[in-house]
Design a protein around this ligand. Structure first.
Ligand code: GAF
Length: 394
């Protein structure tokens, strides 16, 4: 069963009728370009095949009622919440994400009430952007029940990048997580078989072909099953550090520091900001280098850039964990062409680029290493770049 059919079935169970429609959005992995988004830089994510689906129907009373189907098959309910009365902090826990979306859409003039039931298979707390998948699916559902479908493409229909910005606002100002634009844009704008090269400053996007199967390669996701959250202090502290550095350097954002100018820039900064700036500037360059290789179809050659990115996050940005380092190192030792943690860090998932024939060996090596270290058994799966958010048949 697909997330869309699960959500529609759960909707019928809760409301005793079919939903007006089902909309879904994927989780993502970021191939490279970490903590560059809020520095106006470059990112290169792809959408996972894992999705969250929101089955929804309009309500006449201007309220939002949400339910979510958990892994245990149990439904959790929240609401009804009066959309006109939503304020940051007025709904918390998992329901803050859909409520935040309703709050931001209300400000954009889409204030209609809705019954929404969510189901899906994006692992949560794994650094694979399940919260953004939830927000994006609910955004499309709320717009859909208000009669707005992205595919219509009318002059007043919001664009996907516009919706991504609204979702970012709901996340920053309603949920209170100071995240950038990477995850929402990935969930809304990614396409099948491609990685999305996004220049966050200009908003320009390029869908870069990523033909893994043709190249005999796999991307192995290694979810360390260690907790990760962006509302804890570590993410915000890194963000503030880079913003302070930009201010001290007199630039709008660290995007404006080039690799050639890096040494000069570092010489002007207090010691604690040096590694943060070094990470962001070198990471932006790594994204550009990987994109150049992918444009030439040299997929197997991106490995060293993935490795360098991990080292930079481990040693300079200091957002890795012993579990992530072990997954990356053991995958590399067992023949992965490159590996790195992905997403915000402080737990969550790592990825490895692996040749087809090495996949079993790499999986076994990572599992054995984690077991010997006394870590939780990682959840591992391969993923191909998949379609972005949209309306589903249920
Ligand atoms: C998290 C955030 F939500 C993104 O905006 C991005 O900063 C990422 O961490 C790090 O690249 O996923």
């Amino acid at each position: 069963m697909s997330p869309a059919t699960d959500a529609a079935r759960a909707f019928r169970e809760v409301h005793g009728r079919a939903p007006a429609g089902v909309w879904s959005a994927p989780g993502r992995v970021n191939l490279i370009g970490e903590h560059t988004d809020y520095n106006d830089g470059f990112v290169l994510p792809f959408a996972l095949p894992h999705r969250l689906a929101a089955a929804a129907s309009p309500r006449e009373d201007g309220k939002l009622q949400v339910a979510t189907l958990g892994d245990d098959g149990q439904l959790q309910h929240s609401g009804p919440h009066d959309i006109a009365a939503l304020e940051p902090g007025s709904v918390d826990g998992w329901a803050a994400y859909p409520a935040g979306v309703a709050w931001v859409l209300r400000d954009q003039g889409y204030a209609g009430g809705a019954d929404v039931v969510v189901a899906g298979d994006v692992p949560s707390g794994a650094g694979l952007s399940s919260s953004h998948a939830l927000e994006c699916a609910v955004s499309l559902a709320l717009l859909g029940v208000a009669g707005v479908e992205l595919e219509d493409g009318g002059a007043t229909t919001p664009t996907r990048p516009e919706i991504a910005r609204w979702v970012q606002r709901s996340e920053n100002d309603y949920v209170g997580a100071p995240t950038g634009l990477l995850d929402q844009t990935a969930s809304l704008c990614c396409e099948d078989s491609r990685v999305l090269f996004l220049d966050v400053r200009s908003g320009e996007m390029e869908q870069v072909p990523f033909p893994l199967a043709e190249a005999g390669l796999r991307v192995l996701i290694m979810d360390t099953r260690t907790k990760h959250s962006h509302t804890d202090g570590g993410y915000g502290a890194r963000r503030r550090g880079t913003e302070r550095a930009a201010e001290l350097l007199g630039v709008k954002a660290l995007r404006d520091v080039t690799l050639d100018g890096l040494d000069d820039a570092l010489a002007q900064l207090p010691e604690d900001l040096v590694p943060l700036v070094r990470h962001v500037v070198t990471e932006n360059q790594r994204v550009l280098d990987v994109v150049a290789l992918l444009r030439e179809k040299k997929l197997a050659e991106i490995g060293p850039h993935l490795d360098a990115s991990h080292v930079s996050m481990r040693d300079d940005y200091r957002i890795s964990t012993p579990e992530l380092d072990l997954a990356v190192d053991s995958a590399r030792s067992a023949g992965a062409l490159g590996a790195r943690m992905t997403g915000g860090g402080f737990g969550g998932s790592a990825i490895a680029l692996v040749r087809d024939e090495d996949l079993d060996g790499v999986r076994t090596a990572v599992e054995t290493a984690c077991e010997q270290a006394g870590f939780r058994r990682p959840r591992m799966f391969t993923a191909v770049p998949s379609r972005g958010a949209g309306r589903d048949e249920a």
